[in-house]
Design a protein around this ligand. Sequence first.
Ligand code: ADP
Ligand code: ZN
Length: 218
Amino acid sequence: MKRLVILGAPGSGKGSQCKWITKDYDVPHISTGDILRKNIADGTALGVEAKSYMDKGELVPSELVIALLKARLDEEDCKAKGFLLDGFPRTVEQAESLDEYLKENGISLDRVVNIEVPDEEIMARALNRRTCSNPACKEIYNLRDNAPQVENVCDKCGSALFVRDDDNEATVSKRLEVYHTQTEPLIKYYSEQGKLSTVVGQVLLEDTIKLVKAELEK
Ligand code: ADP
Ligand code: ZN
């Protein structure tokens, strides 16, 4: 059982790391971005409110996201197996709420993995990113170095690929700015707690996986 957080700028490859971590350690993958996008797809009131922020690359108000997250952590699978948080916390305020929740439940985080990638690389990756539209698959492709065999079709499940609404230049720039000002302070926050492992993102996914694995086995 592990309770983990993965940190990194939007587009740093967190999603790809989450895929193997969730499998190898049998922990539920909890992505607040995915939960919010599901609310948008389902047309919930929360989704309607969240979309206006997300399309601009701004953070959705913390009280909405914190409520969603706590409700998710209260579910049985997280109680039994732990969790891997992806995209949460994104501000010190969110990290403090999480710590409060953990304390109330008598549990704590095992490790926070921070993936470091330069902004220019993140921009190039985001503009080339294609995502599988099948919610059960969510495979991520990159037209530069991991293109699908057939254009716009998922190799794994045959569903159509799409470009996320927030993967355009203006929104990515804004997301990076928001990351540096609001999320980066978490590096200090968790390093002061002695929980932080920083891994430099490598060109090859496999190489980054090895580095992250080494940190999680420590
Ligand atoms: P990425 O995978 O590119 O980092 P996410 O899927 O995590 O992006 O998030 C997409 C958008 O959803 C964010 O730009 C933000 O608007 C919103 N969002 C996701 N998680 C949070 C959060 N913890 N707090 C506030 N907004 C969030
Ligand atoms: Zn697919």
